[in-house]
Write a protein that binds this ligand. Sequence first.
Ligand code: NI
Length: 164
Amino acid sequence: MRYGANVLHHPARPVTELTPDIDQLLTDMVQTMYAAPGIGLAAPQVGVPLRIFVIDLSIGRDPHGLITMINPEFVERDGMQLEEEGCLSVPGFEATVVRPQRAVVKGLDREWNPVQLEGTGLLARAFQHEMDHLDGTLFVDRLRGIKRDLIVRKIKKLAKAGKW
Ligand code: NI
C-alpha cells in the first residue's frame, strides 16, 4: 500500500486474539519486510488495519534481530533526533524527521506474551515510525510547509500519470 491508500491514513484496530490468520499475517509481513528490503513494516502497509508491526534493524542477518509487536503502546519517550527517513509506502522519497532519541514500547509478541523493549537511536526512530503507521500517520505528515507540499505534489503527479 502506498501513500494515498485509505488504510494508511486511518488509525488501526487492536488485535483481540491470536488466530491462525494473525499468525499468517505476521509471516507475510516479515517476508514482505525482508523482500523490500526494509527495517520495519506495519500491518496497514499490507492493507490490514490492525495494530501490529515488525522491525528488524539487521533485515534478517541477525537471528535474534526480529521484533514483533502486537497492540504496542509507548511507555516512555525522551530526547530528540533528526535523521533522514523513508518508508516502503512512500518509495523514492526521504526527508529529515524529528523523532525521540529513546523510546520504550510494550505490547505482545508472536506467542501473545507481554514484552517491553527499549530502543535508542535508529530503533527508537523505527518504533516511532511504525507506531505512527498504526495511528494513520506517515512520515510525510510529520513534515511541515514546503517540504511536505513538495512531496505530496510529486506523489499526486505520479498518481495522475499512473506511476504510483
Ligand atoms: Ni513506513
